[in-house]
Design a protein around this ligand. Sequence first.
Ligand code: PLP
Length: 294
Amino acid sequence: MSDLSKGAAHVYGEIVPVSEAKISILDWGFLHSDATYDVVHVWDGNYFRLDDHLNRFYAGMSELRMSIPYSREELQQILSSCVKASGLRHAYVEMITTRGLPVPGSRDPRSCTNQFFAFAIPFVWIAPLQTGLDLVVSRKQRIAAESVDPRVKNYHWLDLVMGQYEAYDRGAQTAALVDRVGNIKEGPGFNIFAVKNSIITTPDKGVLRGITRKSVIELARTAGYTVLEKELSPAAARKADELFATSTAGGVMPISSIDGQIVGNGQIGPVTQRLKDAYWSLHEDPKYTTQIIY
Ligand SMILES: *Cc1c(COP(=O)(O)O)cnc(C)c1O
């Protein structure tokens, strides 16, 4: 039997080792980035906030006028079949719907048969655990919300990837992209938070509504902090006591410098640490977890 322990994928109705998973080169998901996706993580054999991820995924498909022949229950079964085949207890589980292929000779998206793919791969930390991220405020603008709705998780990543190259060129690890008036939006796969005098601010418009962002906002409000979902200027971010990023791949990730300048005293700030701990505690709360029966 092939080795599924490095990850298992569901492609064209079959479960295969992720390294052998292949899709058609003619799929518009590949040719046009015409796709939506979501990533949920599995922690210690449980999905975290699966319902929120499925809600976002189905809403994205609906907005992009895509459909798949699976109910939520069937989709969950497919995801679980990938996790179970891999045996992984800590995993990322990615689900993708692509536009698919049109009928031969047509360029009409309505003639495409949408395709659904999924895979489970080992959980890896995208940010260093002990230190924080070095971030620059990019000169690049995030694709305008009027052009591509950022609330639909999508693969229009050229702005984000070129932002990363800009960050490397400037001696940092990652970048925050801005909007047309220069306010901070988000980075490659993460939302951004600033803490100043115990008030927490995170951009609201023009960003993906991250599930980790949602968790952190809920946890912060429960802990008594004021959370403002409003514009965050680079000047305000540079003056913050603490900055952090949030994503399914990494949770709450401290940012230790911005544009080459140390944030706070360079250590993980107390609010960031508290929210990070609270976020991981939430993984033991049955309200937010769905057990996988291996
Ligand atoms: C996935 C993603 C995030 C983070 O969302 P989570 O649901 O917390 O993982 C933020 N921004 C972009 C552009 C993303 O693709």
